[in-house]
Design a protein around this ligand. Sequence first.
Ligand code: S3P
Length: 166
Amino acid sequence: MNRRIVIVGFMGSGKTTIAEALGRKLECDVTDLDLFITEREDRSPAEIIAQAGESEFRNAETVALRDVLENNEAQVIALGGGAWANEANRALVAAHGCLSVWLDAPFELCWERIASSETIRPLAPDRATAAKLYHDRNESYRLSDRRIRVSSDDSPTAMAEKILDR
Ligand code: S3P
């Protein structure tokens, strides 16, 4: 594989677990951008958003993405749900020749996972807010190179296989 894969999609679409499954299949390194930011900033995206605001987080996200694309060996990169909505981030991913893959999961599935997860998602505090964001974001997700539909029946490994088939 010579093109790096960048996984995009809404919160709860399974980006992190599917990226890990893909990494196991390809026997390659995986970087999760939110984790990278957490380690670098010593606080999670949720904490940055709560303490400094979303725009500060978006700046940190773009700086981190550039750093990962320029200096990191990972062949698979999972973005946070909002990263792909930022045109500058899409341009960075394209400039580095990566293949963007959208995990297109139905809203109900994303919301179920958001609501039951321990991960704090400050931008999806309730169902209505999350649903609006989901619909707003779809326009940018459509700009990715590949669209892979996700259903609750698919295991992360099955999803990784689907991505490789495509
Ligand atoms: C965000 C999604 C989160 C995280 C931050 C903002 C978003 O990542 O980056 O809370 O704007 O959709 P996940 O998609 O991994 O939950």
